[in-house]
Design a protein around this ligand. Structure first.
Ligand SMILES: Nc1nc2c(c(=O)[nH]1)N[C@H]1C(S)=C(S)[C@@H](COP(=O)(O)O)O[C@H]1N2
Ligand SMILES: [Mo]
Length: 197
């Protein structure tokens, strides 16, 4: 019925210039977890950055929430082909967390409560490109989406955005995390369709 057929709308949606190649837009928020959802009470939560010299920078929940906070509007892209456009988050930039961290390493391994890992170059975490996010759409980040806090690295496929993130470990050489050991790409640029290794 009417001039605008669903086919026309479908075409328009897939041609959105914000969609990387091979991605479709979803309005839902799919949950993709490799295991059960860990429940981490905020009073037992901490975020750490561990350098190659073994220096540990640690923030409790209250210390983390007292840092400067950023509101972020961004698109996210899952390697399984869904993208969600214009999502809104609140969190702390990695630039803030890395102030005062001395390292010569170019690579990091993100670690999560529950054991998930993913490798991200340090350069991709700095320069206003990545956050430890605790709020989605104005509400506390739900446990199934990584609450109390998750990594948010939206310019890479979403598997790099470690849910329930507990810390970053500096690495001298790039080394594969969980999905990267299981065939996913070491870097994961959605615009270059770096899906599999
Ligand atoms: N700790 C942890 N983080 C994770 C995952 C996971 O299984 N465990 N899955 C990754 C993948 S493959 C995707 S697409 C996104 C999914 O996030 P969502 O469940 O909030 O959509 O989280 C990423 N971060
Ligand atoms: Mo994913």
């Amino acid at each position: 019925m009417g001039i605008i057929s669903s086919g026309f709308l479908g075409r328009r949606r897939t041609e959105d210039p914000r969609l990387p190649p091979g991605q479709y837009q979803t309005d839902g928020f799919p949950v993709l977890s490799a295991g059960p959802t860990p429940r981490v009470p905020k009073d037992q939560w901490a975020f750490t950055i561990t350098t190659e010299k073994g220096v540990v920078h640690r923030w409790s929940w209250d210390e983390f929430m007292a840092l400067p906070q950023d509101d972020v509007a961004t698109d996210i892209h899952c390697v399984t082909s869904w993208s969600k456009l214009g999502t809104s988050w609140r969190g702390v930039t990695l630039d803030t967390l890395f102030q005062g961290v001395q390292t010569d390493c170019e690579y990091t391994m993100a670690h999560s409560f529950g054991g998930y890992t993913t490798n991200v170059p340090l350069a991709d975490l700095l320069g206003g490109k990545a956050w430890v996010a605790h709020t989605f759409d104005g509400s506390d980040l739900a446990p199934e989406h990584g609450g109390p806090a998750r990594l948010l690295v939206p310019h890479l496929y979403f598997w790099k955005s470690a849910k329930w993130v507990s810390g970053l470990e500096m690495m001298r050489r790039d080394s594969p995390g969980f999905w990267e050991q299981n065939g996913y790409h070491m870097y994961g640029d959605p615009w270059l369709e770096e899906r599999y290794g």
